[in-house]
Write a protein that binds this ligand. Structure first.
Ligand code: SF4
Length: 591
């Protein structure tokens, strides 16, 4: 559908007529408020009772509109939807308004009036009048149909456990070994992998086919001395640029032009430009971050064997595997002394950077100190090595870790970061099995980027993860600002995925929470409606949300107002990679 001013005038005729006959903005506001209440009341109609899905849409859209039209929302967003409607109704030229804005308004108006017709994947089920066994059999047939649909959608994506992917990767591995002069023994040695991390275009272009754009961006990134590095093992997961199955993998490590431009331009003032999570405001002592009562973060090593473009700590990582990134042991001791002085903290997340890039001796030393802190009952280690260099999970490392597991007293969990089913490999499965055999649970945190957001793409990830023993834990919005615009997905898509695709999976497969990380305040659970309000739609169609801190109910806290990416832009991007935007139509009704 094309979203134009004419289309809005047609679909929003009633509301615009009302705005046109109002003498000023405050009158429009009041009349809109009354009209919204009327729409809400209309669903009580016993005679022409709307469908259940229509009632839900009316509820959600009226709630969103009620919030948008308040004067306080205008103030927070620095823009007034009511004024835009008033101007349109009075034929005033508003060149600032774009198709994304019209699209949002058209959907919200149709939703409020119970006229939206879009269907979710599970909507193929129909209400039947049967009862008892007959009803159960009919329902079972419908459920079969829903699952066949989900399965068919998931089968569009390849996962890395498929024989075809394993075969291709073996060929790539052999090529990489040949070019780098490595043996099989070298390949399975994590130290060799880390020592041979590729940080330059040369020899990268000899190992994996690169597009002209990728080459140019990598060159620009390394010239600007932005952190860049890809491990040989991870390169072996990439294709020949023909199938596109590795799109997500490439996007994780090969920086796009916009990222290079923004990061290079702001190099001198990274702290203020990119510290999206306001880490500096939540660090009471060097190497510690604390945002919650019972858990703190220790960051002993501030870099990784491989750098993710969208990393929330991209502003503080200097170089891949930089020696300077290791915290001095006396500073780690001071940080742990501080933890010991705060017995409210009984869980410690050791992350970074990647702590498993440290050697076993250093890890052992840190854990031995942590084990002395009485209050610490849970140790969580954040590492991406099972994905980027699974050979790091050696028997020796596992033996080092398991010494500190004392049933009933202290446990250790591993939190990793698998983005896409195509990253899952037999090597990763082996690493996870080792950890689990030693008594550690392994969880996953996915960053919900554009490159994992097609219909059922992340549903497949959850399915594959469960099969190798990883439990989905969080699905995060992509953090960042201008530098990661290529990656950010509208909040509405996370909500749609959670409510439509993930909902079709068994409970133990959809254990993850969709989360929006609020700068300085921490996680806002998107499932919890009370944690946010939609406050406006900007002229380009971007939604503005007000996030309420998780502890607002306990004491007064600042709110956070954040701007999302426009849904229409997102749908157009999906179209550019071969998706049908109609498959995503219900996205407009998640707020
Ligand atoms: S593994 Fe984690 S810490 Fe390291 S670069 Fe990626 S997102 Fe950042």
């Amino acid at each position: 559908m094309r979203y134009t001013l004419e289309k809005l005038k047609k679909e929003g005729e009633d509301i615009l007529r009302m705005a046109g006959s109002s003498r000023n903005l405050e009158v429009v506001r009041e009349r809109l408020f009354r009209r919204i209440t009327r729409y809400q009341f209309d669903v009580f109609d016993e005679v022409n009772r709307p469908s259940a899905s229509s009632i839900v849409r009316v509820r959600d859209c009226t709630r969103a509109m009620r919030s948008i039209i308040s004067p306080e929302s205008d103030r927070m967003a620095g823009f007034s939807v009511v004024k835009a409607l008033y101007d349109i109704a009075h034929d005033k030229n508003r060149p600032d308004l774009q198709p994304g804005f019209y699209a949002e308004l058209i959907h919200i108006i149709k939703g409020m009036q119970g006229r939206s017709k879009e269907k979710a994947p599970a909507d193929i089920a129909r209400i039947r009048t049967k009862s008892g066994r007959k009803a159960a059999i009919a329902r079972s047939r419908e459920l079969d149909k829903i699952w066949v649909y989900a399965q068919e959608r998931m089968s569009r994506y390849e996962d890395g456990m498929m024989a075809s992917a394993i075969k291709r990767r073996l060929a790539r591995k052999n090529k990489i070994c040949r070019v780098l002069g490595a043996s099989d023994e070298d390949w399975y040695n994590w130290r060799w992998q880390i020592k041979n991390v590729i940080t330059k275009l040369e020899p990268l272009e000899k190992l994996v086919p690169l597009s002209a754009e990728e080459k140019e961006n990598i060159k620009a990134a390394t010239n600007a001395r932005l952190p860049f590095g890809v491990l040989p093992y991870y390169l072996s997961l990439m294709d020949n640029n023909k199938r596109g199955g590795d799109r997500c993998l490439r996007a994780q490590v090969f920086p796009p032009a916009n990222y290079v431009k923004e990061m290079a331009a702001n190099r001198g003032r990274r702290e203020c430009a990119f510290d999206f999570m306001l880490e500096q405001d939540t660090s009471p002592i060097d190497y510690i971050t604390r945002r919650y009562p019972a858990i703190a973060i220790l960051k002993p090593y501030n870099t990784c064997p491989q750098i993710c473009v969208y990393c929330q700590r991209n502003w503080e990582i200097e170089r891949v595997m930089s020696r300077d990134a290791i915290a001095p042991s006396e500073k780690i001791n001071l940080a742990l002394d501080w933890i010991a002085e705060h017995p409210a903290i009984h869980e410690l997340l050791i992350t970074g950077g990647d702590p498993f890039a440290l050697n076993n001796r250093t890890i052992d030393r840190i854990l031995a100190r942590v084990a002395k802190i009485k209050a610490i009952e849970h140790i969580r280690i954040g590492t991406r090595t099972p994905v980027t260099v699974p050979m790091r999970i050696t028997e020796e490392l596992v033996d080092t870790l398991k010494k500190y597991i004392v049933p009933g007293r202290r446990d250790i969990s591993i939190v990793t970061h698998v983005e896409h089913p195509y990253e899952v490999t037999p090597d990763m499965a082996l690493a996870v099995r080792r950890l689990r055999k030693a008594g550690m649970l392994v969880f996953n945190q996915q960053v919900y980027t554009f490159y994992v957001s097609r219909r059922f793409e992340s549903a497949l990830l959850r399915k594959v993860l469960r099969k190798i023993g990883i439990e989905p834990y969080y699905t995060f919005n992509t953090k960042g600002k201008n530098e990661t615009l290529d990656y950010i997905v509208p909040i509405a898509r996370l909500l749609q995925e959670l409510n439509e695709e993930a909902r079709l999976l068994p409970g133990l497969t959809r254990t993850d929470e969709a989360v929006y990380n609020v700068p300085g305040l921490g996680k806002s659970y998107l499932r919890a409606r009370q944690h946010r309000d939609l406050v406006s739609i900007l002229p380009n169609g971007a939604r503005v949300y007000e996030f309420h801190p998780w502890d607002k109910k306990i004491y007064e806290q600042r709110n956070y107002v954040g701007t999302d990416v426009p849904i229409l832009d997102y749908l157009n991007r999906l179209k550019s990679i071969g998706e049908n935007p109609d498959d995503y139509e219900t996205i407009w009704y998640f707020y």
